[in-house]
Every structure is written in C-alpha cells, then in structure tokens.
Design a protein around this ligand. Structure first.
Ligand SMILES: Nc1ncnc2c1ncn2[C@@H]1O[C@H](COP(=O)(O)OP(=O)(O)OP(=O)(O)O)[C@@H](O)[C@H]1O
Length: 309
C-alpha cells in the first residue's frame, strides 16, 4: 500500500443495470493535494464519489481511501473523511447548531469554537432550523459539517452549488487553508473556472470514463485563447492560418478572428506588418484548454499518470 496516496481507484467500475455510471477508472489523489474532479452533468462524478465512500458497491475494480478499504473499514473511514453530498437532505426539524452537535458527537467530538468560526465565515445563522433554510444556507450547513472535524480527506460533491460569489471565495479560502494544514481535498464540479483557482490537479471525466488528468499550471502553459484583430484595411486569412498555434481563422473584411494555442508572439509579429486598430484577446479558458488537450493528446487513454509530477 502506497501511503502517500489519499485515494487510489483501480479499474473502478459501476454499471446501473446496462447503464454505465463510471468504467475502468484509474485515479490517484496524492496526500495533501487539491484535486478537482470535473465533467459535464451525467459524466460519472457522483457515482465515483459514492463508490469511494461505499455508498455504492463497484461492479468491478477497487478503491483504497486513506489506506483503508471503503467496504471493510467503512465506519473508521467515514470518521476520517469530511463528505459533502451533491444533494443535501435534512429530514429533521433541528436547528443547525443541534444538527452540527449531533454530527460532531458522531465523529467523536469537535471543537465548538471551530464550528462557530466556520459558520461566521460563511455568514450562517446556527440558531435557525435547517429545514426552513434556503438552498444556499443548507449548503453552508453541509460545508460546516464536512470541515468541522478537520478530516484528513475532504470529499466534496459540487461544493459551490447554491453559494453566491462572495461565499464561493470564502469556501475557496477554506480549501486552501485545509491544504496548508496537510488535508487532502477531492472536489467535483462541472464548472472548471471555480476549481482552476485552487486545484493542484484536475481530472476530467466524460461519458463515464476518465479523459485526462493534468496539473493546473501546465494547462495554463498550454493556454488556448481567442484573438480578434481589427486592421485598418482588409487582410487575407492565408498569411495567418499557417502560423504556429493559430487555428480556426476567419476573416471578415478588416477583422480577423482565430484561436491561439500557446504564445501570441508569432501572431503579433505577423499582424504588425499591417496597420492594427485594435486587438482583443480573451482570457485563457480552462475548459477550451482542457478539451484542446483532450482531443489533441496522444494516448488520452493513458491520461491517469500525473503529468509533470
Ligand atoms: N441510480 C441510478 N440508476 C441508473 N442510472 C444512474 C443512477 N445514478 C446515476 N446514473 C447514471 O449514471 C451516469 C453517471 O451519473 P452521475 O450522477 O455519477 O454523474 P455526475 O457526473 O455526478 O453528474 P451531475 O453533475 O449531473 O451530478 C449518468 O448517465 C446517470 O444517468
């Protein structure tokens, strides 16, 4: 057993009848890292998370979480994990404070001042009954219970769902602090931008299969951006289309649009041969970057190896 892995999935597979939830997943999450788990709706993120926690049993394959077998060591594992489910249900009529005390006791006791600190940061009123709370406030209760016992591993399914932008930033700060304290974070999302800010690596799943695993900073170096250049006079597409990294060139009179993969320098130098009125370059979009990586990578099926690690 390799102890520097918080999560190891080997050929992890779940079929719902004939319907594929996730298939052949090989994934390694290193202790102390923040890994984003990304993919569109229905890609298999929640299925994977539920397999890691033994809320579902695999059709095939195996997972090791914090060095434990999720099935055999379930109770012990659940005390060491902070889990935020994708769909929160709080059936009782308790106040948030009572519910959190209950969860805390179930995990062997928590520091109550830590709970109230977390609630204050998230602007959550613990004296209110949870069942009467808005979706966003219920999500905050879910986050407090996931973080409150400072677990070795946080498994968060769509953690920012329902949070306003200010609270999303507070949440991301909590995630960074967890990493600084040596905790590991595995968080799913279908929005790449929100994990881009904090994650060390991102794994992307599509249609029940792992498509790629990449370090976030190496995605940045492979930045894809869209560029629009307005010239004083009409230009032809041919002198730009062959430049390194330039793709999808369209020219409409004096306006050229293209996508750029990599450094802008060749495009700027070619454009400078003409009179340039304006140049617009959109921020690199991680989703486009990731998809570009995914579609152009050789051996995408072997993408589970932590690139650059
Ligand atoms: N209980 C179930 N019975 C049958 N099929 C299921 C069940 N749960 C999930 N699926 C299917 O498995 C696939 C993966 O679903 P899953 O919920 O894991 O995706 P997800 O990536 O978490 O999506 P979302 O972002 O929408 O939550 C989907 O095609 C889904 O329809």
């Amino acid at each position: 057993m390799t102890t520097d892995l918080a999560v190891l999935a080997e050929d992890l597979t779940k079929f719902y009848g004939a319907h594929r939830g996730i298939e052949g997943l090989h994934l390694e999450v290193t202790t102390g890292e923040i890994m984003g788990f990304l993919g569109p709706n229905g890609a298999g993120k929640t299925t994977t998370i539920r397999l890691l926690l033994d809320f579902l049993r695999p059709t095939r394959g195996h997972a090791t979480v914090l060095g434990l077998d999720p099935r055999r060591d379930k109770a012990l594992l659940h005390r060491r994990i902070g889990y935020l489910p994708g769909e929160l249900t709080f059936p009782g009529r308790e106040r948030a404070a009572d519910l959190l005390r209950f969860f805390g006791d179930a995990r062997g006791g928590v520091s109550w001042s830590h709970v109230t600190d977390l609630a204050a940061r998230l602007n959550l009123d613990l004296s209110r009954p949870v069942h009467a709370m808005s979706k966003g406030n219920k999500q905050k209760v879910g986050l407090v219970q996931a973080f409150m016992h400072q677990p070795a591993l946080l498994v968060l399914d769509e953690p920012t769902s329902g949070l306003d932008p200010l609270m999303q930033q507070e949440f991301l700060a909590m995630v960074r602090e967890a990493r600084a304290a040596g905790q590991t974070v595995f968080m799913s999302s279908h929005v790449l931008a929100e994990v881009q800010e904090v994650a060390d690596r991102v794994a992307i799943v599509r249609d029940g299969r792992l498509a790629a695993v990449e370090r976030v900073e190496s995605l940045g170096r492979r930045a894809v951006r869209t560029v629009e250049i307005h010239f004083a006079d009409p230009v032809g597409p041919q002198e730009f289309a062959a430049l390194p990294g330039v793709k999808d060139v369209t020219v409409s009179g004096p306006v050229l649009k293209c996508t750029m993969d990599g450094r802008l320098d060749p495009l700027i130098k070619a454009a400078a041969r003409h009179e340039v009125i304006d140049l617009l370059s959109t921020e690199p979009d991680l989703e486009e970057t990731f998809l570009s990586f995914y579609y152009h990578a050789e051996g995408a099926g072997d993408a589970a190896a932590p690139a650059g690690a």
